[in-house]
Write a protein that binds this ligand. Structure first.
Ligand code: AP5
Length: 204
């Protein structure tokens, strides 16, 4: 399986990609997680990435392409979450995949209204001990996860608004890019995560 999951911030890309990866044995490659891991490690690259991440801006293309390419090249069975994010990244991905004769099978675009995304992101909590993602509204934390339950640095109102604006300007046009290649499938990302997963299962 080689699947790209597109969608605005908070659309459920991570939730659905993790579920799909677990049920298909594919590797879940999330560029946001790679960025946050680098920041947490405090590397020089992480310090550069932090400024972009915390403001809700995209990391420059060359940095993110260098960061993610080894993960894509290491396996032929993956689900990409958060990459590509603009046309330059999509073209870089095409070049990597052409070199490995491993084309994309399907691009899923999760569609959710902006006002619902704001509520979801404000309710997101990440467990500091297990790394799992929960939501105050839709996925309450289980009693056996000791937490602490943290808010992401970019899940505050100003940063959420900036991320949505960046998505509409830079990433949404990728739907046209992949539709022209006959790869795009738009999925309603509304409703409970299990309902969204069932819609995705019907097309994969
Ligand atoms: P990244 O981590 O990719 O952030 P994002 O795209 O803004 O997406 P999110 O992680 O916020 O949301 P998601 O769609 O994964 O939703 P989730 O499943 O968590 O990137 C962060 C930053 O890294 C970027 O801003 C940028 O700086 C940098 N970066 C990353 N990739 C880059 C790239 N390619 N180029 C340049 N820079 C890059 O769900 C959200 C919440 O909703 C959760 O609480 C979840 O429990 C809940 N939820 C999920 N599904 C549902 C549902 N159906 N109903 C109700 N609640 C739900």
């Amino acid at each position: 399986m080689r699947l790209v999951v597109l969608g605005p911030p908070g659309a459920g890309k991570g939730t659905q990609a993790a579920h799909l990866a677990a049920s298909n044995g594919a590797r879940h490659i999330a560029t946001g997680d790679l960025v946050r891991r680098e920041i947490a490690a405090g590397t020089p690259l992480g310090q550069t990435l932090k400024a972009y991440n915390d403001r809700g801006e995209l990391v420059p293309d060359d940095l993110i392409i260098d960061l993610v390419t080894p993960y894509i090249a290491a396996t032929s069975n993956w689900i990409l979450d958060g990459f590509p994010r603009d046309e330059a990244q999509a073209r870089a991905l095409d070049a990597v995949l052409a070199a490995h004769a491993a084309p994309i099978d399907l691009v899923i675009a999760l569609c959710v209204a902006d006002e619902d995304l704001v509520t979801r992101m404000q309710g997101r909590r990440i467990s500091g001990s297990t790394g799992k993602t929960y939501n105050l509204q839709s996925s309450p934390r289980p009693p056996d996860d000791p937490g602490p339950f943290l808010t992401r640095a970019d899940d505050h109102p100003d940063e959420i608004r900036r991320r949505l604006a960046v998505y509409h300007q830079a990433t949404e046009p990728l739907q046209t890019y992949y539709a022209a290649k006959g790869l795009l499938c738009r999925i309603d990302g509304g409703g409970q995560p299990e309902e969204v997963a069932a819609r995705i299962t019907r097309v994969t």
